[in-house]
Design a protein. Structure first.
Length: 160
């Protein structure tokens, strides 16, 4: 049997707002999509229209734990990005950014997949300039209420 899909793509955080739209676009362009989400902030309603589409698969999984799948590309969007959510469990937020990124990078290395590591502009902290240039290093308070996200995403930057 011939595979009609061009690539198998993993989207972590795939049931989130951005992740679900990315999954839909990847399906529309002929890719097979594995949506991975622990559903902490992601919603089944976001991916409901995709469930019946051929080539779409959902796996409930927390990327703080290793994942053993075969994929060609990885889009790592997993992590609560809203202060309301990431501040309610700062330890888990940090673990998702750090351990999750290490696990996804390990998977990418094992299967020789391309990986895109994503974050929001929160990673820069409270910016001193707007808009931020690519050379801007940020203004992060390491003990402030946003530090679990800022510092967690900042740690995963050198891992890339």
């Amino acid at each position: 049997m011939t595979n009609i899909f061009s690539r198998r793509v993993l989207v972590t955080g795939g049931a989130g707002f951005l992740g679900s739209h990315l999954c839909a676009q990847l399906l529309a362009t002929g890719h097979e999509v594995l949506c991975v989400d622990n559903f902490y902030t992601g919603r089944r309603a976001n991916i409901a229209p995709l469930l019946a589409q051929p080539g779409f698969e959902v796996l409930r999984h927390d990327i703080c734990f290793p994942l053993y799948v075969e994929v060609d590309e990885i889009y790592n969007l997993a992590c609560p990005a809203s202060p309301v959510h990431y501040q309610s469990d700062p330890v888990q937020t940090t673990k998702t950014s750090v351990h999750g990124s290490i696990n996804m990078l390990g998977l990418a290395k094992r299967v020789k997949a391309k990986i895109l590591q994503a974050s929001t502009s929160e990673v820069y902290g409270d910016p001193l300039e707007h808009p931020q240039k690519e050379t801007y290093w940020g203004h992060v308070n390491p003990v402030g209420p946003r530090s679990c996200y800022d510092e967690g995403k900042g740690v995963d930057a050198p891992l890339r």
